[in-house]
Design a protein around this ligand. Structure first.
Ligand SMILES: NC(=O)c1ccc[n+]([C@@H]2O[C@H](COP(=O)([O-])OP(=O)(O)OC[C@H]3O[C@@H](n4cnc5c(N)ncnc54)[C@H](O)[C@@H]3O)[C@@H](O)[C@H]2O)c1
Length: 341
């Protein structure tokens, strides 16, 4: 069995989850790391028995590397995806895939042109609770979904933004509560309920000293006629579990963080509780590695079997486009219709 060589770009917070996930995959190995801060790369490499590359070129020329994991600030994702794809490396990129419409189109073009595969991290799709809800919706157990409500009352302190120069900036974070934290929920609701047709949004900076929003409200209409309300912020001290309510013709499912707290489907309330492993309302790195692992395994399997990864360059673009539409709506104070892409 071939062992897939992984190399990480960016040795900060999320890189620890990536290396743990890689370590736990039988046919995967972390071969090397690169960081603009060379001393970070050296100590990360030493701790993980990997190689520290002194340049991106060195990483991209290493024949041991099959998959490049991009764990840098979000504003750098596009350039690293493009460079890795041109070097014929497959890619794992952290969310958001990229932060601008031009970047989406360029990434989709370059991935196709170079015949490589990309998996965009959307780890919540891989949790037990979301898989169970997806199955119920696909089996029509809820009937047509009529309404979805999402509340993300998170808290990030001033230190969270000021300790890392890129967070809370348009250039490197691509936005705030929506593009950084809220993207997970946006991805889930479009994955579970369907494509968004139009939206109205109000994005504001109400508490932090940052240039991007720390609070956003979106009113959504889906192409299948469902409506929805999306409320996300990083101002709710001390930070609470995220909550999603799915209302269908035949019942209601309520999810809190990754615990299903109500399963009222077809008039049956057969809730079998699962313990939440997530506490991201308070701490952005309180993440288990298992769901990243499932995504990396999906990418490996897609390479072996030459099929699309589950969250490829088209799937990964959907949440970004909804968020860009929300920013446009808030800026221009008008309802935005989403294009077919
Ligand atoms: N999936 C999730 O739930 C989740 C959670 C946290 C972060 N993230 C994403 O992960 C990415 C990184 O976030 P983080 O919190 O780990 O950030 P971080 O600031 O902790 O780490 C970023 C690392 O990138 C390095 N870096 C900066 N510029 C670079 C460059 N030009 N080339 C190479 N390396 C460079 C920094 O030195 C640092 O080590 C972001 O895109 C973020 O949205 C995802």
């Amino acid at each position: 069995m071939k062992t897939f060589g992984f190399a990480l770009i960016g040795c900060g917070g999320i890189a620890n989850i990536h290396k743990e996930a890689i370590k736990n995959i039988t046919n995967a190995k972390l071969v090397g790391v690169f960081d603009a801060n060379q001393s970070k790369a050296i100590s990360f490499a030493k701790e993980n028995e990997a190689r520290a590359y002194s340049s991106l070129e060195e990483l991209l020329h290493d024949p041991m590397v099959d998959i490049v994991n991009i764990c840098t600030p979000s504003g750098l994702h596009a350039q690293y995806i493009i460079e890795a794809a041109k070097a014929k490396k497959n890619v794992v990129v952290e969310k958001p895939m990229v932060i601008k419409e031009e970047e989406i189109q360029e990434v989709q073009r370059v991935i196709k042109e170079n015949g490589v595969k990309i998996e965009v991290v959307s780890q919540l799709r891989f949790t037990e609770s979301i898989r169970r809800i997806k199955e119920a919706i696909d089996n029509n157990e809820l009937g047509n979904i009529k309404n979805v409500n999402y509340i993300m009352n998170y808290y990030r302190d001033e230190e969270y933004y000021s300790s890392s120069g890129w967070r809370g900036t348009w250039k490197m974070d691509g936005g705030g509560a929506l593009m950084n934290q809220g993207i997970h929920g946006i991805d889930l609701i479009q994955y579970l309920v369907g494509d968004v047709a139009s939206l109205d949004a109000k994005c504001e900076t109400v508490m932090h000293h940052i240039e991007v929003e720390d609070s956003a409200l979106i009113n959504l209409t889906f192409k299948n006629g469902a409506t929805g309300y999306y409320n996300c912020n990083t101002i709710s001290k001390p930070g609470y579990p995220r909550r999603i309510e799915f209302i269908g013709e035949k019942g209601r499912i309520v999810l809190e963080e990754d615990t299903i707290i109500e399963w009222n489907v077809n008039s049956k309330n057969d809730l079998t509780s699962n313990e939440s492993k997530l506490e991201t309302g308070k701490n952005f790195l309180a993440l288990p590695y298992e769901y990243h692992k499932l995504q990396f395994e999906d990418l490996i399997d897609s390479i072996i079997n030459n099929r699309k990864p589950i969250v490829d360059e088209y799937e990964g673009a959907k949440a970004v486009r909804i968020i860009l539409a929300a920013y446009q709506s808030s800026r221009e104070k008008k309802r935005v219709i989403l294009n077919e892409n």
